[in-house]
Structures are given as C-alpha cells and as structure tokens.
Ligand binder design. Structure first.
Ligand code: UDX
Ligand code: UDX
Ligand code: ADP
Length: 467
C-alpha cells in the first residue's frame, strides 16, 4: 500500500509550477499545496488579491487560483519550511540553456536543480518523494539521487520523473484534461502515491508509468517531434511561396491522412517558447556526448530551419521595402511567442526585430499582454546593441491604431485573435503609402486586405495564378 499524500510542496512558481499546482490544489482539496520561490516579487504577485495581476497570464487560471488559494493552495518564500512539511516535493525550477563553460549554448544548465536538491538534502528530516517536473536531460535523476542519498542522516528519498506537457495559452485546459500523465520511477509505492494524486481527476488509463529514463527522454522527444512538425511545414512554406502553392491548403491536404494528423501544421514566422529550442539543443548535446553524430545532426536541422525562417521573414521585409528599412517605421503586431500568453521567451518577434534593427529600422510594438519593460529586456538580453539604442529605436504602444499610425509596414508576429477584428480601413488610412502587411502567422484575410489597398505578404502563400 502506498502512502496517501496530504502535503505537497513545489519549488518554483513559474509558468509550469504555478498553474500545475493550482490545478492539483483545485482538484484535490484534501491535499495542502504550497508553492515556493526565491523570487519575492513573483510570490507577492501570486498572492495579489487583484487576480488580473497574477505573474502568469493563462486563460482560466484566475478562477482556479480564486477557488483554491487560501483553502489548500499557498504561495510562499519560506522554502525550508515548505520542504520540511511536505511528503512530496516537486522541483519546477528553470533549466535554461547554459550560457557559459562546457556545453555553452547547448546543454541544459542544471545549477538551479542542483541547488534545490542540496536544499532538500539539508532540510529534510523525514522520508520524501522528490518529483522532477522541470524538463531535464536524460539521467538527471541519477544526479539528484546521488546528492540526496549521500546526506548520511538516514532520510530516504524516492525520485520520480513527471514531465509536464501543458502548452502555454491552454495550460488550464491541458491540465484539466491531459492526453496523458507520465510518471517514471523505480519504487512502485512512490509511483502509486503520485498516480493517486492525478487519479483525483485524470482517468487511470491516461496515467502512464515507465522507468525513469524513458520518462525523462519522452519529454525531450515529444518537444523535438512537435518542433520538427513546425520546421517541416515551415520548410514547405518557402517552397509554396515559390511554386504558387498555399501552405494552408497543403497542410489541410496532408493532415487528413490519419497517419499524419491535422494538428501542429500551422506555418509561422518560426516557433518560440522556452521549451522547443532548449530541449532540442539538449537532445543534440546528449546525442553528441554519446558520439551519435548523425542523430545530433538530424535534430539540429530543426533548429537551423527555424532560424532560417525568422531570418528570411525579416529579409523579405527589407527586400520588399525597396532594399532598405533604414529610418522606416515597422509596426509589430504581437511580441509573445504565441497567442494567449504573456510569455516572450525565444519569441520569433525578438529575432525579427533584432535583424530589422541592425538594418536601422524603427520598430513600434503592440502586444495585448506584454509590457514595454519585457520588450526592452528581451532585446537587451541579445546584447546586439546598447540599451540606449534599443530604447531609441523601439517604442512600445498600448494601442494598435496608434502603433500603426504613419508606419511603412505592419508585421504580424503573434496570432492574437484580436488582430483579425481590427478596422483595417482605419489602419490603412493612417499608414504611409504604399502600405505593406507582412503576415507571419497567416491569420489575416489576404484578399480583403488587398481590397482595402494593402500590399500583403502572407507566410507560405505564393502567387497561385496561371500565367
Ligand atoms: C507509402 C505511403 O504510405 C503511401 O501513402 C503512398 O501512396 C506510397 O508510399 P508504401 O511505401 O506502400 O506507401 O508503404 P508504407 O506503409 O508507407 O511503408 C513505407 C516504408 O516505411 C516501409 O519500408 C515500412 O516498413 C517503413 N515504415 C513505416 C517504418 O519503418 N516504420 C513505420 O512506422 C512505418
Ligand atoms: C510546448 C509543448 O507543446 C508542450 O507540450 C510542452 O510542455 C512545452 O512546450 P509551448 O511552448 O507552451 O508548449 O507552446 P506550443 O503550442 O507548443 O507552441 C510552441 C511554438 O510553436 C509557438 O511559437 C507556436 O506559435 C509555434 N507553432 C506551434 C507553430 O508555429 N505552428 C504550429 O502549428 C504550432
Ligand atoms: P518554467 O517555465 O519552467 O516554469 P520559470 O522561469 O517560469 O520556468 O519558473 C521557474 C521559477 O523557479 C522561477 O520563478 C525561479 O525564481 C524559481 N527558482 C529557481 N531556482 C530556485 C530555488 N533554488 N528555489 C526556489 N525557487 C527557485
């Protein structure tokens, strides 16, 4: 018989830890869930009575937090206390790509994970189940085990891998009805204890259990396959533009083959987000470290294609605007890496902006959920030019009509639904002529915009007329 869990602690109150724990607390009122983070500002925002100020924007998250917070869901900076009291500890801290030393630009930086493990080892006085929630390279559990099992204080730790598959923007839906929950581990009792938590709302047949290494590798593989689909359709988008095909028609045609399936075939200016690039780089690094160079090269191509897609989108803007954008105003609609999130990590918009700024363009950004300081932080992080210059060349405006006023061109970088509802006549009348639209998400209706007077480029759509 496995022990019934009544106290959970989650270290890391970010995009994964916050929503996941909120849903566990909502669905399992008998379990007390405490989410801790060293970032005081973030914890204060999770505790804000004004639910519109939660640090993570996700449709439906506010209602879940409202229901559970103060009842059995708590946010705190007292990491030691939460570790001490919990029977099960989720590690949900960030694992960015290393920016220094061996594996720089490729390997995952595990220093935050290791710090957590050391803290757990120091604080714990009774047996704990430690759950890896963050995406981790295969065999991280080994490192956790060796730190936790050598404390010499007689405390026993079981280590489980339980990767999270939620996508941002649909996190609450994904958590409420996951395609599957994956739990990898060695100890049957520990696995069963975590199965019991999810069984509170997930059908048993959707809870898969594997060995710990399969679980770790499945997470990297799932993200690599998803990213590969986007790079595959994006590779075809360029060919469509040349041949007069329409990538959306091609996607529909192939997607009806049940072996291929219709999802994740939307051509775009390039995938972003905190996971895809990081996880593939990590997969490539791991493959290389085992001497599997063909495997590494195969997956690396997914990233190279994505870089190419962002670059060619920016280059096309420059070429179309008569080979120069110097001093020209380009209005960006969208900065987030996808719609319905305020997250901008690895967003294609950042790289497209960077290319255009190097061509001396002036950029005005409008995004319904991303604040100005985030836009500047993203550009400053690239270190391509001075912070002053980023502020001189980039303006962030909270109103789409103001943002597009007197612009030479509009570039659509995120697929926010509201962009489709604008008064495009009004936008056109306030722009410089000729007025260009570069739709990097293929969300606007090309023909109706052309009827308004715009010159429209849509990703993946060639000139289909017979000559
Ligand atoms: C394929 C397409 O499936 C079909 O739609 C098209 O009209 C013609 O090409 P075919 O070549 O007859 O059909 O067989 P298919 O079942 O696709 O298998 C092709 C090869 O892939 C075989 O060697 C098969 O063994 C291999 N394969 C297929 C795998 O190795 N793994 C798989 O999961 C699927
Ligand atoms: C992804 C995985 O989907 C999720 O399972 C995992 O847990 C974390 O990584 P996320 O990055 O939040 O989730 O969003 P996702 O919907 O996968 O989109 C990633 C990027 O691909 C976005 O920039 C999106 O715009 C782009 N994309 C996605 C496309 O360009 N075309 C598509 O068809 C799908
Ligand atoms: P993810 O998308 O994986 O959730 P985030 O960066 O949004 O990543 O969240 C990770 C969180 O983990 C951050 O808020 C960070 O402050 C927190 N964190 C990192 N290391 C520690 C630690 N040792 N103790 C507590 N919190 C930590």
């Amino acid at each position: 018989m496995s022990k019934k869990i009544t106290k959970i602690c989650c270290i890391g109150a970010g995009y994964v830890g916050g929503p996941t724990m909120a849903v566990i607390a909502q669905k399992c009122p008998e379990i007390t869930v405490t989410v801790v983070d060293i970032n005081e500002k973030r914890i204060a925002a999770w505790n804000d009575t004004d639910l519109s100020r939660l640090p993570v924007y996700e449709p439906g998250l506010d209602r879940v937090v409202e229901e559970a917070r103060g009842r059995n869901l708590f946010f705190s900076t007292d990491v030691d206390k939460a570790i001490d009291e919990a029977e099960m500890i989720f590690i949900s801290v960030n694992t960015p790509t290393k920016t220094y030393g061996k594996g720089k630009g490729m390997a995952a930086d595990l220093k935050f994970i290791e710090l957590c493990a050391r803290q757990i080892a120091r604080v714990a006085k009774d047996d704990k189940i430690v759950v890896e929630k963050s995406t981790l390279p295969v065999r991280t559990a080994q490192a956790l085990k060796s730190i936790l099992h050598n404390t010499g204080n007689g405390v026993h730790f079981d280590i489980l891998s339980n990767p999270e598959f939620l996508a941002e923007g649909t996190a609450i839906e994904d958590l409420h009805a996951p395609d599957r929950v994956l739990i990898g581990g060695e100890d049957k009792g520990a696995i069963e204890a975590l199965v019991q938590v999810y069984a509170g709302w997930v059908p048993r047949e959707n809870i898969l259990t594997t060995n710990v290494w399969s679980s770790e590798l499945s997470k990297l593989t799932a993200n690599a396959f998803l990213a590969q689909r986007v790079s595959s359709i994006n590779a075809l988008s360029e060919l469509c533009e040349k041949t007069g095909a329409d990538v959306n028609e091609v996607a529909r045609a192939i997607g009806t083959d049940s072996r291929i399936g219709p999802k994740f075939l939307k051509a775009s200016v390039g995938f972003g987000g905190s996971c895809f690039q990081k996880d593939i780089l990590n997969l490539v690094y791991i493959a290389k470290s085992y001497g599997l160079h063909e495997v590494a090269d195969y997956w690396e191509q997914v990233i190279l294609m994505n870089d190419h897609q962002k670059r060619r989108f920016a280059d096309n803007i420059v070429t179309t605007l008569y080979n120069t954008v110097s001093g020209k105003k380009i209005a960006f609609l969208g900065w987030a890496f996808k719609k319905d999130t305020n997250d901008t990590r690895e967003s294609a918009a950042i790289y497209v902006a960077d290319h255009l700024l190097s061509e001396q363009a002036e950029i005005v950004v409008y995004d319904p959920k991303v604040p100005a300081e985030q836009v500047y932080a993203d550009l400053d992080y690239l270190n391509t030019r001075s912070e002053d210059e980023n502020r001189r060349l980039v303006t962030v405006i909270n109103d789409p009509y103001e943002a597009t006023k007197e612009a030479h061109a509009i570039a659509v970088l995120t697929e926010w639904d509201e962009f489709k509802t604008y008064d495009w006549d009004r936008v056109y009348n306030n722009m410089l002529k000729p007025s260009f639209v570069f739709d990097g998400r293929a969300i606007l209706d090309k023909e109706s915009l052309e009827a308004v007077g715009f010159d429209v480029y849509t990703i993946g759509i060639g000139d289909g007329t017979m000559r």
